[in-house]
Design a protein around this ligand. Structure first.
Ligand code: AVI
Length: 372
């Protein structure tokens, strides 16, 4: 083999098949699209961490406020007097998971935490960090693609309940056709009485939504464009980053923010590793992400349809975000809005909102809640 051929083979073996297939499919589709999981290479994960700290990106901050105030109540509701072990879908963003772990430690002393992620390095990092910060927590990470179900988790020990954390509005990056089955697969891996804690972003003013995905510092734009940087590096593509603009729009009829990369001019892009060239018209877009925002009651409905009786929903005072608990149940009825315990943090004095509030029973006691 010539030196050049050897080098080429070496490069080709490094191409990730899943990446190659997703990009080929997405860029030859009409309209063009790329899946949002492509955002999260090392640089993209760093940019996402930066996004979570932006003043416009209310999502992380608001969910953190809810968890700061209500983690104790959530854990107590999930545990129902038993020991609880926590499973997290994804390796867990440090401080939000920490709040729930600390609440569980407070309730029962030692806690077992099982983060599930496709990235071994993210899991190793989470294990080191959490065991250092909360020594009462034992971290048992598992490298797996949780979107395919919770295969291989050992059964609950006697007197124990699992609580699956799916926080951070991650479910919002799946459309309804994907989100429902994903939650059903999670439910299939659980036992009766186990719980799912689901963080969902709620519909709010278009202005607030657009600002969150179009920040003044341009971090979200860099996050979006980083997908092209990744394709240039991993697939030998020649995307000119300046030739694509970041666009975030609110699609009201679908109740979602959409992110796009829009070609500023007619151009041809080559992807050497795919033996592919792709033509763009001026103004043509690559749809890179959907981020669904939910109406009141939608999260409870989604939980019920997946086989979880909605037990409680904790919201911030502005009604921007909800963290909802569902309990794996045999026979789950679709809830009316009155079916769950609804807790709203007190408004708007932040000092008050950050103080733990005892769960305030909604005026409509829970039918589902009676089964607890
Ligand atoms: C990870 N996910 C919940 C974020 C969201 O808000 O949909 C990803 C993101 N995209 C742009 N900004 C943040």
């Amino acid at each position: 083999m010539t030196e050049k051929a050897t080098a080429l083979t070496a490069t080709r073996t490094q191409v990730d098949e899943a990446v190659a297939q997703a990009v080929r499919e997405g860029l030859t589709a009409q309209p063009k699209r790329l899946p949002p999981w492509l955002f999260y290479d090392e640089a993209g994960s760093r940019l996402f961490e930066e996004i979570t700290e932006l003043p416009e990106y209310y999502v992380t901050r608001t969910e953190r406020d809810i968890l700061t105030a209500c983690s104790g109540a959530m854990i107590a509701q999930a545990a129902q007097g038993k020991r609880v072990r926590l499973v997290e879908l994804g390796a867990g963003s440090a401080d939000k998971t920490r709040l729930l772990l600390a609440a569980a430690v407070e309730l029962q002393g030692k806690v077992l935490y099982e983060p599930l992620d496709v990235s071994a390095s993210a899991l190793t990092e989470a294990k080191k960090r959490i065991e250092r910060e909360i020594p009462a927590v034992t971290v048992a990470p598992r490298v797996m693609d949780y979107t395919q179900g919770l295969h291989g988790l050992e059964p609950d020990a006697a007197g124990e309940r699992r609580l699956v954390l799916y926080i951070g509005s991650s479910i919002g990056n799946f459309d309804a056709r994907e989100a429902g089955p994903l939650l059903e697969r999670v439910r299939a891996g659980l036992e009766l009485g186990d719980g799912l804690l689901l963080g969902v972003d709620l519909i709010k003013s278009e202005e607030t939504l657009l600002a969150a995905y179009n920040d003044a510092a341009g971090v979200t734009a860099a996050f979006n464009r980083n997908m092209l940087v990744r394709l240039n590096r991993e697939l030998g593509a020649d995307f000119d980053l300046e030739a694509f603009s970041h666009r975030a729009i609110w699609n009201a009829s679908e109740s979602r923010i959409e992110m796009h990369l829009v070609s500023r001019a007619a151009q041809r892009v080559r992807l050497a590793e795919l033996d592919l060239q792709v033509d763009f018209a001026a103004g043509e877009s690559i749809h890179t992400e959907n981020s669904y925002k939910y109406a009141p009651g939608a999260a409870e409905k989604m939980l019920a349809e997946a086989g979880f009786a909605p037990v409680g929903c904790w919201k911030d005072a502005q009604g921007w975000f909800a963290v909802c608990l569902g309990r794996a149940d045999q026979d789950v009825e679709l809830p009316g809005l009155e079916a769950t315990e609804d807790v709203t943090l007190p408004a708007p004095d932040r000092a008050t909102a950050l103080d733990p509030v005892p769960p305030r029973r909604g005026n409509r006691a829970s039918a589902a809640g009676q089964k607890q």
